[in-house]
Write a protein that binds this ligand. Structure first.
Ligand code: ADP
Ligand code: MG
Length: 235
């Protein structure tokens, strides 16, 4: 039943987005068609046009790629995982990119287990999206503080704080709506997808930001009681 609900929720998202996606993809397609037509007429390849065609193709690929995350068939295999481990794996994935951009990840993870029920790849995708935004918000580098804690109310709290450009107040409520972006080559899909994924994990995601100071993304997920495998010492 829950599975069915998730499935129908996904279909609704796809429906809601279809018009926007069609629009976003049609623009680069129109450009591509135009250049191909010129090439047919002149029988010549203009390298500038070829470059533009490649970047338009990249854009289509980027948009389609973001949607594949939502439609992956294994998307609803939930397992018990420790958020500290999942986040750790994401950090090693992004370490070299961060290094190249003079960004340093500063972690403070609790010693307590932070087990949640999650679709691991989806949760990783959320952390990747948020960390990438943090990196992109600091064009000349800086620190990203990542804090993982277990709250008394049985919640795992993950906060990611950057020292970046921040989000203008009037834009803040719109973050998470499809195609809302301030970046020249942004898709404005990362936060929308992240919100959906956190929702499907019965969690919440909250963004606070101050211009030229930085942004904090707080993600709360319901914690599971620590798995006890094998015999308990002393029992
Ligand atoms: P994209 O990164 O492709 O623009 P997202 O959905 O990931 O799309 O983010 C939407 C917008 O939210 C970004 O374009 C940016 O304006 C704003 N944003 C998100 N995270 C941050 C952040 N850490 N610092 C500043 N702005 C952010
Ligand atoms: Mg993004």
């Amino acid at each position: 039943m829950e599975e069915l609900l998730k499935r129908s929720e996904k279909l609704t998202i796809v429906g809601e987005l279809a018009a926007g996606v069609a629009h976003e993809i049609r623009n680069p397609l129109t450009t591509l068609r135009g250049f191909l037509q010129i090439q047919r007429q002149t029988s010549q390849m203009n390298p500038e046009h070829t470059n533009l065609m490649l970047s338009e193709l990249d854009r289509i690929n980027l948009i389609v790629g973001e949607f594949l995350i939502l439609s992956k068939p294994q998307a609803t295999r939930f397992t018990s995982k420790d958020v500290r481990t999942v986040f750790g794996e994401v950090l090693s994935l992004l370490e070299s990119e961060a290094h190249l951009r003079n960004v340093i990840f500063k972690t403070s993870f609790t010693n307590q287990a932070c087990i949640v029920s999650c679709e691991e790849n989806q949760l990783k995708q959320v952390f990747i999206n948020v960390l990438k935004n943090a990196i992109e918000a600091m064009p000349s580098g800086g620190n990203v503080h990542i804090h993982i804690a277990l709250k008394p109310e049985q919640l795992v709290a993950v906060t990611i704080t950057d020292e970046g450009v921040g989000i203008p107040e009037d834009m803040l409520p719109k973050i998470g709506q499809p195609f809302v972006t301030s970046k020249e080559s942004g898709t404005g899909l990362g936060m929308m997808i992240s919100h959906r994924i956190i929702q499907s994990h019965n969690g919440t995601m909250d963004i606070q930001s101050q211009l030229q100071v930085g942004t904090t993304v707080a993600i709360m997920l319901p914690a599971l009681k620590e798995k006890r495998t094998g015999a308990i010492l002393g029992a």
